[in-house]
Design a protein around this ligand. Structure first.
Ligand code: HEC
Ligand code: HEC
Ligand code: HEC
Ligand code: HEC
Ligand code: HEC
Length: 365
């Protein structure tokens, strides 16, 4: 055989070997599609994809379309031929996060993603898409701007609650790199949570199509994990952050104690300093209402726009922002546990300047 023949045969063999290896490694496309089809990204009935259906005309405004419309997402990426970084037009309703939202040229080339704070967070591996849509809509600077120059404990009817938005996992994970939570000026905060090599990016822990986690992936290192319910019991840090004497409870439980203490503290502050009791009403609009009967909870008849909480002080506003932030990230304990403990601790300490809170029992990471 001529040298040329040898080279050609070698090339053919190499390509065949690569195709075989790839087909063994990669999942069949049908399986990928089936997983995607049962995920939230494919759920056409979800509020996230139908919120604008009844508008007249039914279109998704540019400031919402980047994450709530396929074409809006391709628009912000620049994959539709327009400039990347902005959505140039409103987009039609009726799409979901389909394959091409993540599988396109500009998406594959993303090296950094801009967050609401303006920070450019470097993309590790192939998670750029996830960072773009799961970053929330607000950051420390937005809260700072709202409260700047005002007396911390003076009620100001111009103040309105700032909602970081939903499923803000990427903002939690980036920590101080993105300043997604309200960070107090004189404090330092944990940066991006790097967890462990190989399980560091969104798509390494979450299957990028089903969006689920595989408990078996965790058990080699976190021996307690058998099924999904066990994630919340994962614990590696040995400090008893919440001072309850238990260091074997999950890190999620430590965060829960901090979160509950912030809520109780905010309610005490609203009662004693503001003089108008407050209650949190997750899952309905608005999120914060007047606790008219003072029972500490948002009862069905207390929910709704007519009873919206309007007596914000700057201190209450920044604490409520952080409280809600944690509510909007179910996986905060896995996305960035120490950052979460830090800003909750600081919120509690903030309230502690005016009302009694159990801050002495807690440790700030
Ligand atoms: C174009 C925007 C967009 C991109 C890109 C995106 N998401 Fe989502 N994601 C959403 C929306 C919107 C929802 C809510 C869907 C719903 O309510 O049905 C969601 C829901 C989720 C959920 C909740 C579970 C579920 O089934 O609803 C997880 C987990 C998630 N995304 C992870 C990811 C990961 C990991 C990536 C990157 C591989 C990613 N997302 C990329 C917009 C996006
Ligand atoms: C940076 C990406 C991003 C932008 C921009 C964005 N959203 Fe979202 N939004 C999300 C994600 C992710 C979810 C999914 C949360 C979930 O249900 O898990 C969501 C959920 C929602 C929901 C459903 C909430 C629920 O209760 O299920 C509504 C309504 C919504 N967004 C409205 C808006 C509006 C209005 C705008 C424009 C002002 C907007 N969003 C802009 C990412 C974004
Ligand atoms: C939210 C973003 C997102 C969406 C939507 C998405 N993918 Fe993927 N896909 C990814 C990421 C990230 C990877 C890389 C995973 C990895 O490196 O293991 C991937 C990998 C793949 C692979 C290689 C499979 C493997 O196991 O190596 C195939 C094939 C694929 N996607 C097809 C699809 C199809 C078909 C759809 C629509 C039904 C789709 N993807 C929707 C993000 C997405
Ligand atoms: C170390 C593994 C890990 C990494 C990395 C990770 N997550 Fe998670 N994520 C979790 C765990 C654990 C939960 C909680 C799941 C549960 O309780 O079932 C979660 C929950 C979520 C949820 C809420 C799911 C729901 O059903 O409401 C979203 C959305 C999400 N993650 C998105 C992301 C995004 C986006 C990234 C990248 C910025 C990311 N995650 C990175 C482990 C991880
Ligand atoms: C190869 C080993 C390894 C695997 C596999 C692994 N982790 Fe971890 N995990 C660690 C290490 C090491 C730490 C401590 C990291 C640190 O705090 O800097 C940790 C810490 C954590 C923490 C925080 C615990 C605390 O007390 O602060 C959570 C939550 C977590 N992992 C979730 C997961 C989930 C969910 C999975 C499966 C998707 C997983 N891990 C798989 C090694 C692993």
């Amino acid at each position: 055989m001529s040298l040329r023949g040898v080279v050609i045969v070698a090339l053919v063999v190499a390509v065949a070997a690569w195709i075989i290896a790839a087909s063994v490694r990669a999942e069949p496309i049908g399986q990928v599609s089936a997983k995607w089809a049962q995920s939230g990204h494919a759920d056409r009935t979800s509020e996230a994809f139908t919120h604008w259906d009844a508008d007249e005309p039914p279109i998704i405004p540019p400031q919402c379309a980047a994450c709530h419309s396929l074409n809006g997402h391709l628009d912000v990426l620049g994959a539709d031929g327009t400039a990347p970084g902005s959505v140039d037009a409103p987009h039609a309703v009726g799409s979901v996060v389909s394959c091409v939202a993540c599988h396109n040229g500009p998406a594959a080339r993303l090296e950094a993603v801009a967050f609401p704070s303006g920070a450019e967070v470097p993309v590790l591996d192939d998670e750029g898409q996830c960072l773009m849509c799961h970053q929330g809509l607000a950051a420390t600077g937005d809260v700072e701007e709202a409260i700047a120059g005002r007396d911390l404990d003076e009620v100001d009817p111009e103040l309105a609650f700032i909602n970081v938005h939903y499923a803000v996992a990427a903002a939690t994970q980036a920590g101080a790199e993105a300043q997604g939570a309200y960070q107090y000026p004189d404090r330092t905060y944990a940066g991006r949570y790097l967890h462990f090599s190989g399980l560091r990016t969104c798509a390494q822990c979450h299957d990028p199509h089903s969006l689920r986690l595989t408990p078996k992936q965790c058990s080699p290192c976190h021996l307690n994990v058998v099924d999904r319910a066990d994630f919340r019991d994962i614990r590696t840090s040995t400090v008893d952050w919440d001072g309850d004497g238990a260091t074997d409870e999950g890190i999620a439980a430590e965060i829960q104690t901090f979160h509950d203490a912030v809520y109780a503290g905010l309610q005490a502050y609203a009662r004693e300093v503001i003089g108008t009791p407050i209650a949190y009403a997750p899952g309905s609009f608005p999120y914060w209402v007047v606790d008219t009967n003072g029972d500490g909870e948002a009862q069905p008849e207390e929910r709704g726009p007519a009873n919206i909480y309007r007596s914000w002080t700057p201190r209450a506003l920044r604490v409520a922002y952080n409280y809600h932030f944690v509510h909007e990230d179910d996986g905060a304990y896995a996305h960035n546990p120490l950052y979460t403990l830090q800003f909750l601790y600081d919120s509690l300490a903030d309230l502690g300047e005016r009302v009694a809170v159990p801050i002495d029992a807690l440790t700030r990471p």
